[in-house]
Ligand binder design. Structure first.
Ligand code: NAD
Length: 296
């Protein structure tokens, strides 16, 4: 029977550590500032943004949300980002996805100052990640949160076969880069990976990270005995409940460790967003956060 990785508990530890670091910064007169731009009235996005705001305030991060109606012009949003880029009280900027079709999301991502790019979507930061650059740069929060979970569970990745399923810029691709930085042998599967190839890859994978958005995509019978399974997927079932991409009951029989949905990766993402915000604030003021995340 697999160990269930308690993302909620690890996220709480991380949020507590963020609060300690934010309090340290406050003694130096610095309050980390996070600006969230929300466009339109997508109910799920509104909930995400509200949760981010609430968690930020609790951790000592000053969060502000800038709301626009769905018909806002692209230039208005770009001008606002440029204003926030220059605002010394703002350390981190994010634009909640999805944005309306008339707004070019790539242009949005490229307009955010890379040193305030809390989501790690700016090509400069993605380039640093893929080039294994030294020094600090922000990395997408969901995959980074997964690395924190794996470290907390003392899962050694060096030399392991890691399979990432899904290749979005939000999860799959930065996950691929982080796992190879941790010296795993990494394979990236996606929608054009034939199902029998996926089965083949799964049978050989010591660590499986799934970010597709398809309930029941992976069954326990496809997993290698003792695999570590990280389920990023969030799918709403007909009865309103949430489930991941992995069939939890059958996977739990085979895996060594597994994340539940909800209560796995999800809580880590917001906690990591706050972690990154505090780091960016420290960077802007040239302060070293010493041993900041050692006890997560
Ligand atoms: P996306 O739609 O951008 O990407 C999905 C990926 O899955 C694509 O790269 C596609 O090639 C791949 N794919 C589709 N069908 C496949 C198949 N049959 N086999 C293999 N690969 C296939 O999605 P995303 O933004 O990466 O999100 C993926 C899932 O993770 C969603 O359910 C989303 O809600 C969830 N998510 C959760 C969190 C969290 O914090 N828990 C964060 C981000 C995303």
């Amino acid at each position: 029977m697999a160990v269930i990785i308690d993302g909620k508990a690890i996220a709480k530890r991380l949020r507590d550590a963020v609060a300690v670091q934010a309090a340290n910064l406050e003694t130096k007169g610095i309050i980390p500032g996070l600006a969230v731009i929300l466009i339109g009235d997508d109910p799920a996005s509104e909930i995400y943004v509200r949760n981010k705001e609430r968690a930020a305030q609790k951790a000592g991060v000053n969060a502000q949300t800038i709301k626009y109606t769905a018909d806002v012009s692209e230039v208005t949003v770009l001008m606002k980002i440029k204003e926030l880029n220059l605002d010394p009280k703002i350390d981190a900027i994010l634009v909640q996805s999805p944005v309306p079709a008339h707004i070019n999301e790539e242009l949005i991502q490229e307009t955010i100052d890379p040193s305030k790019d809390v989501d790690g979507f700016h090509p400069e930061n993605i380039g640093r990640l893929y080039a294994n650059r030294s020094g600090y740069y922000p990395v997408a929060n969901t995959p980074r949160g997964i690395m924190t979970m794996l470290a907390h569970e003392q899962i050694d990745l060096a030399g392991k076969n890691a399979l990432v399923v899904g290749r979005s810029i939000l999860v799959g691709r930065p996950m691929f880069a982080l796992l190879q930085q941790a010296n795993a042998t990494v394979t990236l599967a996606h929608r054009y990976t034939p199902s029998d190839t996926l089965m083949h890859l799964l049978a050989d994978a010591d660590v499986v990270i799934v970010a597709v958005g398809q309930a029941g995509l992976i069954q326990g019978t496809s997993l290698k005995d003792g695999a570590v399974v990280i389920d990023v997927g969030i799918n709403r079932l007909a009865d309103g409940s949430l489930t991941g991409d992995v069939d939890f009951a059958s996977a739990q029989e085979v895996a060594a460790a597994i994340t539940p949905v909800p209560g796995g990766v999800g809580p880590m993402t917001i906690a990591t967003l706050l972690q990154t915000t505090v780091e960016l604030a420290a960077q802007h003021h040239q302060i070293e956060l010493e041993q900041a995340w050692q006890n997560i």
